[in-house]
Design a protein around this ligand. Structure first.
Ligand code: SAH
Length: 213
């Protein structure tokens, strides 16, 4: 099962990653009005999704575990005259954070994690979101054939991972938009099939997590 580690992401950023489309993902734009208040963008890459919300005047923090995309995101912020915070941080260590957000975006991060890391990540997200805060998650789905790119996530896996401490508001078929690549035809027009999930934190998981620290 392809799980991307740090060095594979470093290699991808040395070239032109397929997900670098130079604009926000359509699935995120479609629900933009629901992504309210302060926004955490986990695994933000070079920040197109985060910067869209910054351009709407929202307080935005993007995190990525690689310095290279974070540097590029900061450069775009300055070039566009926007205000946003971009930090080199491991999304698996969100529980160690004190900051809490109204909303969170995950565009293409969840699907890189192993089962164990997905659970750890989601626990961290619960503590990084205010109770009632929503996560908007776009991940490649098991409807996408082949094994090129990230792992495929099933609806059941999403339901299991968000079973405790979350209310699943919706899980809809979507697309993860990617750049066309004439040398790699693994994804059809429009990008790999994806799930777009909206999940709300009840805040219930957070107390337990903190007690277990
Ligand atoms: N959200 C962006 C990038 C998606 S690619 C977009 O949709 O365009 C996934 C991103 O997650 C990469 O930038 C990768 O460097 C980052 N990433 C992978 N594992 C991570 C981790 N443990 N913590 C933080 N970022 C991580």
């Amino acid at each position: 099962m392809p799980v991307h580690d740090r060095s594979s992401f470093e290699n991808l950023y040395a070239g032109q990653p397929r997900w670098e489309i130079g604009r926000p993902q359509r699935a995120i734009l479609d629900v933009a009005d629901r992504i309210t208040g302060s926004v955490l963008d986990a695994g933000c890459g070079t920040g197109e999704n985060a910067l869209f919300f910054a351009s709407r005047g929202q307080t935005v923090t993007g995190i990525d575990f690689l310095a290279d995309p974070i540097t590029r995101a900061k450069r775009k912020t300055a070039e566009r005259g926007l205000t946003a915070t971009f930090l080199v941080r491991n999304a698996l260590a969100l529980r160690e954070w004190k900051d809490v957000f109204d909303s969170a975006i995950d565009s293409g991060l969840f699907h890189v994690f192993s089962d164990d890391d997905q659970r750890r990540y989601v626990e961290g997200l619960a503590s990084a979101l205010k109770p009632g805060g929503r996560l908007f998650l776009l991940c490649v789905s098991d409807a996408e054939p082949g094994d090129q790119g990230p792992r495929r996530v099933s609806r059941n896996e999403l339901e299991d991972t968000f079973a405790e401490g979350w209310v699943i508001e919706s899980v809809e078929p979507s697309r993860y938009e990617v750049r066309p690549d004439p040398h790699d035809r693994s994804f059809r027009e429009g990008g790999p099939k994806a799930w777009f999930a909206v999940v709300r934190s009840t805040g219930a998981g957070v107390t337990t997590s903190n007690e277990n620290r």
